[in-house]
Design a protein around this ligand. Structure first.
Ligand code: PLP
Length: 384
């Protein structure tokens, strides 16, 4: 729309955006009128399709990525007094989920060039109280699962994958969802596929899957639909769970979206290649390094700016041009809640330093090469 002087500004480019099409709308409307609004047939259909898409035995649908992480913590037996190792560079939910179960997050530092968890730092953080490690597939690149699985196995601790950034990514050809004891996904609208809010846990362990299905339903051992089908009214609440159920209507949306996930991942990879090519000419802008054995699903396209550049000024300059740059993340323990719990600056020096130099650039499947050039031109000007 023209402004008061008749100048037409290009549209705002957000850092991430959902793709909703006719097939999604049709699936949602059909389910809305099917009679099933909450747990119905679409839940199991979505779970089975998601499990198949990554090659996991089981998938358990929940109503957010955060709920997925919480369910995973419970299923692997995280308890009061335990420690859970979490990378410093992640969304707070990766660490919060440990606190929900009474455990303490212990923050590990990250590798400067990938922002994935630094395996040496993980090793240094292990103590007799360590119950689990959370690996985060930062920006869409899988963490070093070979090394992390080996550490976990040799110490008798569990590995949870926070794969919220990485559906469709691979490590040595193996898909995310199969790389840890339990893997967690988010279907928030900025992610690769959406159910509005929603999440999924995948695992090859059917006992853990059954546990997570109870946990998402108050800790009750059967759901309303299965009791109706069996003509029974009795149920038992065997442990304290939550209402983390993902409704049928949202699972219908998830099913419709899932079928387009491979195409969206490929579109993101193509956009990343455009960016990579442009930044190869600009020494002040360094894309994150991608390990050759890992296929990146590119939830985010993150660059590191040269230390002499004022990142916040560049951020403001991009925003002034309608480019929705963002920052992922400040180290989790720098949030005031964590500071009040006693975590202090200095814990993870690499994360603290690099978090001040990074910028997330727009990345979503319907972005055009022209959009990418607009971002590159604006960033080139702002960092010149
Ligand atoms: C790494 C990571 N973990 C967990 C979550 C939580 O997912 P949700 O927003 O679906 O609860 C997010 C979402 O932003 C995330 O990026």
């Amino acid at each position: 729309m023209p402004d008061r002087d008749g100048v037409i500004s290009p549209p705002f480019l957000p850092y991430g955006r959902q793709e909703i099409g006719d097939a999604d709308i049709k699936a949602v409307v059909e389910t809305l009128v099917s009679g099933w609004l909450t747990t119905g047939p679409r839940v199991a259909e979505f779970e089975q399709a998601f499990a198949k898409s990554c090659g996991a035995k089981e998938a358990v649908a929940v109503n957010s990525g955060t709920a997925a992480l919480h369910a995973a913590m419970r299923a692997i037996g995280v308890r009061t007094g335990d420690e859970v190792i979490v990378p410093a560079m992640t969304f707070a939910a990766s660490a919060n989920a440990a606190i929900y179960e009474g455990a303490s997050p212990v923050f590990a530092d990250v590798e400067e060039e990938t922002l994935l968890v630094d395996v040496a730092s993980v090793k240094r953080r292990i103590s007799p109280r360590t119950r689990a490690i959370v690996a985060v597939d930062y920006a869409g690149q899988p963490a070093d699962y070979d090394a992390l699985r080996q550490i976990a196995r040799s110490r008798g601790i569990r590995l949870i994958a926070d794969a919220c950034h990485a559906p469709g990514a691979t490590f040595d050809g193996r898909k995310t969802g199969t790389l840890a004891d339990i893997s967690c996904f988010s279907f928030h609208p900025v992610k690769h596929m959406t159910t509005c809010e929603g999440g999924m846990c995948t695992t090859d362990d059917s006992e853990m899957a059954a546990h997570m299905r109870r946990f998402r339903n108050h800790g009750i051992n059967s759901d309303h639909r299965s009791r109706e089908a069996a003509g029974q009214h009795a149920y038992d609440m065997a442990e304290l769970g939550y209402n983390y159920r993902l409704p049928d209507v949202q699972c219908a949306l998830g099913l419709a979206q899932l079928s387009r996930l491979p195409g969206w991942v490929a579109a993101r990879q193509k956009i990343a290649r455009f960016y990579d090519r442009a930044f190869a000419r600009l020494p002040q802008i360094a894309p994150l390094y991608n390990h050759p054995n890992r296929e990146n699903a590119y939830h985010l396209y993150v660059v590191r700016l040269a230390p002499s550049i004022d990142r916040d000024k560049v951020f403001a300059a991009l925003r002034a041009e309608g480019i929705g740059a963002n920052v992922h993340y400040a180290p989790v323990y720098m949030h005031s809640y964590y500071q009040q719990r006693g975590y202090q600056a200095g814990l993870c020096p690499v994360a603290e330093r690099v978090s001040k130099q990074i910028l997330t650039l727009p990345m979503f499947p319907s972005m055009t090469e022209e959009d990418v050039n607009r971002v590159v031109d604006a960033l080139t000007r702002a960092t010149a």
